[in-house]
Design a protein around this ligand. Structure first.
Ligand code: T3D
Length: 253
């Protein structure tokens, strides 16, 4: 199984599982990942997802050994890379990247698509694409410019420079860096915390934040108003207010 899924409490833990290929993505692995993400998104018992890699890498992007997949890059990207990004960003649940090792190429894009990014101290990152005369895909261009601005994005992409977890944290590509041995526990702790939160409000917040970069201020104000209306009508809001008034922890639906 190139993608392994385990369920723990209300978490789906999705592991890229080709450790002897540094979790490089071949076509079956990409489609299995899309399926695992879609299933987690549709499963009402799952409230948050952790995405990680087996072995010493998180994911080194396209399996360069599967050369035939590069014959029709447009189809490969549109049919199997883009849907991975879309499955993560459109999932109405938080997705936590637990970056256990090197993330390169599309592997970097997958990390950047996640809502929370936690990395092991020993993990590292590289863009990769230009070094084999390809261009960034898997939304790497979008996320790097969004998060770092044009200049640093251009430098990282064209130089191919490998950068550390510490640098990624400093540049705010990551939320947390932890000792290697603490990664799983920390990622699952953060995911569990999110899973125990008010699911609808968190899902609407995610949708709202994801829409913001493309929208005008006026559009964001309208979206906020509409989502606030939805959230305010949800039983979780009544519970939140009651818990606040009674000075107790809320019990979310
Ligand atoms: O249509 C389409 O498919 C287009 C889509 C493109 C999406 C993409 O993701 S393109 C970008 C593809 N990825 C890369 O270009 C990254 C290539 N790898 C590297 O730059 C380096 O390997 C790393 C920086 C990731 C890690 O370096 P290091 O020093 O830790 O390991 P290494 O020695 O370079 O690699 C170890 C082994 O993994 C090595 O195999 P060997 O010699 O031990 O048999 C290496 O060939 C293999 N490996 C690394 N990356 C890939 C890979 N094998 C297949 N595919 C890879 N992407």
């Amino acid at each position: 199984m190139t993608i392994q899924v385990t369920h723990r409490d209300r978490l789906a833990i999705i592991t890229l599982n080709r450790p002897n290929r540094l979790n490089a993505l071949d076509s079956p692995t990409r489609f299995a990942l899309i399926e695992a993400l879609d299933k987690a998104g549709a499963d009402d018992d799952i409230r948050a997802v952790v995405l990680t890699g087996a072995g010493r890498a998180f994911c080194v992007g396209q399996d360069l050994g599967a050369a035939h997949e590069l014959d029709d890059c447009y189809a490969t990207v549109v049919k199997s890379y883009n849907p991975i990004v879309i499955a993560i960003v459109e999932m109405a649940k938080p997705v936590v990247a637990a970056v256990n090792g090197v993330a390169a190429g599309a592997g970097l894009g997958i990390v950047l698509a996640c809502d929370v990014r936690i990395a092991a101290e020993g993990a590292s990152f590289a863009c990769g694409f230009n070094q084999i005369a390809l261009v960034p895909d898997t939304a790497v261009s979008w996320f790097l410019v969004e998060e770092l601005g044009y200049g640093r994005a251009f430098d990282l992409l064209t130089s191919g420079r490998r950068f550390s977890s510490r640098e990624a944290l400093e540049w705010r590509l990551l939320q947390t860096v932890v000792p290697d041995t603490d990664l799983t526990e920390e990622a699952e702790r953060v995911a569990s915390l999110l899973a125990s939160g008010p699911a609808t409000a968190i899902a609407l917040t995610k949708r709202q934040l994801r829409a913001t970069p493309q929208a005008t201020l006026v559009e964001v104000l309208e979206l906020e108003a509409r989502n606030q209306d939805l959230a305010a009508r949800h039983p979780d809001h009544l519970e939140g207010r009651a818990a606040f008034a009674e000075k107790r922890q809320p019990r979310w639906h």
